[in-house]
Ligand binder design. Structure first.
Ligand code: TYD
Length: 217
């Protein structure tokens, strides 16, 4: 799907990666760049877990360290429940309006954090999320890659997941790279250890290449 996209199904791009890789900074930068270049395109920024009031309440439950320990299946179901509400109320309606949706984390976070790092199984967790979202997959997944120790050292107030330990977060990084290697059409791995401007340039090159047929100026 290419810009400008008014009147057609929109474009759905997700930002994925481990802790402290700089997703939120990069999402805002991409939004600003696209808005300047394509003023007619509606850009929606959203995040998971969250995006609706029920999903934000579930976010509180899954991230608050005071709820540790939580059973891994309960955790996976809570993320999937939040995602179902988010897709139904925010993402699908935006795509139907023809918007560009930039989402901070989505199904791949569940597959990697719960399926791989928690050991619940890739297929099981993916199927759960596909059921929750009625099969909605992103057009492009940008995986911001950084050694897990580097990312974690940037986190100031660790939440329940960030407290999960070095082995867990190493598995998260490897899980994202493994996912990206399975489908080069939908996944783009971005070196997030580069300076912010360089990371931003790699992201816009990937997005322009896939969705505009041109290159950023
Ligand atoms: P957040 O504060 O949004 O972290 P970040 O800035 O790194 O995105 O917290 C989200 C946390 O929840 C993060 O540790 C990843 C985790 N998570 C899962 O384990 N499964 C999921 O499906 C999602 C969406 C997030």
């Amino acid at each position: 799907m290419k810009f400008p996209i008014i009147g057609e199904r929109g474009v759905f791009i997700t930002f994925e990666g481990g802790e402290g890789v700089g997703k939120s900074t990069q999402i805002t930068r991409l939004r600003d760049e696209i808005t300047a270049a394509f003023p007619s395109v509606e850009v929606v920024i959203t995040r998971e877990p969250g995006g609706t009031s029920a999903a934000e309440a579930l976010r509180h439950v899954v991230l608050d360290p005071s709820f540790a320990p939580m059973d891994s299946r309960a955790e996976a179901l809570a993320f999937a429940a939040a995602r179902a509400d988010h897709v139904a109320q925010v993402i699908k309606p935006a795509l139907l309006r023809g918007a560009l949706v930039l989402c901070d984390r989505y199904i791949d976070s569940s597959v990697v954090y719960q399926g791989v790092a928690r050991g619940l199984g890739i297929n099981e967790v993916e199927q759960l999320s596909l059921w929750a979202t009625q099969g909605l997959l992103p057009d492009t997944v940008l995986v911001l890659d950084l050694p897990s120790g580097t990312g974690l050292s940037r986190v100031k107030h660790p939440d329940r997941l960030e407290n999960a330990g070095a082995i867990f977060h190493k598995a998260v990084r490897e899980g994202f790279l493994m996912r990206a290697a399975t489908d080069a059409d939908r996944y783009v791995v971005i070196d997030a250890s580069a300076p912010v401007e360089v990371v931003a340039a790699s992201i816009s090159a990937a997005v322009y290449d896939r969705h505009t047929g041109s290159q950023p100026i």
